[in-house]
Design a protein around this ligand. Structure first.
Ligand SMILES: [Zn+2]
Length: 321
């Protein structure tokens, strides 16, 4: 994949919709796989909406889906086109946006004409099937004009995340440009260092990167969504932000994935790095580290004595590391 990512291409030449994603959800009972229905003449060309790898094909007309092609997109999502008459690709095959993958049809329930002629395009948020009325995304929302770069929500989501959790400084424009690719490479390197990713450092956010990210994201959420602090509470890395200086502790955080500046702003990514350090060495406990290394004597509750020990640690680390 070269250059900026574009939005998705519709699977068929038509933009007419015979039943929308919301329409599928509004059915009684609701669709178990809400997607977008595009009416198209039997045998029309069906294309890959985006670059990716064919995850599954079904060449029999059985079941509610009939013949289908499922593609895992390089952006981490999955789509499948249903009711086909002919499948032209096979599982494991790489495809590119706009490449013909099938001929449209009306297959379902064991018949070539089990339904009216149309293609049903389903968009799943990740590389797995999630069935039920709330399992899918509205494909139409992600359609982008062919031939020119356009905003892609999932790219913007990742840019926001990489800025907040990884200290990147990306423009959140929803475009998959060189800077974003480089940031994803750094993220892949980090995921690899944590043992959460074994793939190539290529900047392509595929299934492996997504799986590693799921671990990192869960850790980040745990580290950053500390409940509001009562007056007396078990010390957490969030308490560090109340110290007058934190740049020495940011040096420690940087050894554990923090990429931001030593600026005394002990934000989400500083906390995540510090928490990773504590997890690795002190069972996740700030108090245990301060007792072991910085002369703190006391319980696990945050207070002035522990704050003084943390400040000693900060001052020494700023000077020494
Ligand atoms: Zn449908």
């Amino acid at each position: 994949m070269k250059g900026p990512i574009m939005g998705y291409q519709r699977p068929s030449a038509t933009s007419a919709i015979s039943d929308s994603w919301q329409g599928h959800k509004n059915r009684r009972p609701p669709s178990q796989e809400p997607g977008t229905d595009y009416p198209c003449a039997y045998g029309s060309s069906i294309v890959a909406p985006f670059d990716g790898t064919v995850a599954e094909v079904k060449t029999s007309s059985s079941g509610a889906t009939g013949r289908f092609v499922t593609i895992d997109f390089v952006d981490g999502r999955r789509a499948r086109a249903l009711h086909l008459s002919r499948v032209l690709v096979s599982a494991g095959q790489k495809v590119t946006r706009g490449q013909e993958i099938a001929k449209s049809g009306a297959s379902a329930n064991g018949r070539d004409w089990g339904v009216g002629a149309h293609v049903h395009e389903t968009l799943f948020p990740s590389h797995r099937y999630v069935f039920g009325p709330n399992g899918t995304l509205d494909f139409e929302r992600y359609v982008g004009a062919g031939g020119s770069a356009s905003f892609v929500q999932v790219v913007a989501d990742r840019q926001n995340y990489l800025n907040a959790a990884r200290g990147e400084r990306l423009v959140v424009d929803g475009l998959f440009g060189a800077a974003t690719r480089d940031a994803i490479k750094r993220y892949q390197t980090y995921l690899k260092s944590r043992g959460w990713y074994t793939g190539a450092i290529d900047g392509d956010w595929g299934a492996g990167t997504q799986a590693g990210h799921d671990n990192a994201y869960a850790e980040w959420v745990r580290a950053t969504q500390a409940p509001p602090a009562p007056q007396f509470h078990t010390a957490t890395v969030a308490d560090i932000a109340s110290l007058p200086n934190t740049r020495g502790l940011q040096k420690i955080a940087r050894l554990y994935g923090y990429k931001g500046a030593f600026d005394n702003q002990f934000g989400a990514s500083s906390r995540a790095g510090m928490q990773a350090f504590l997890n690795h060495n002190y069972g996740g406990s700030l108090a245990a580290w301060l007792r072991a290394k910085w002369g703190y004597v006391g319980n696990d509750q945050w207070g002035p004595v522990m704050a003084a020990a943390a400040t000693r640690a900060d001052t020494a680390n700023w000077a020494a590391l």
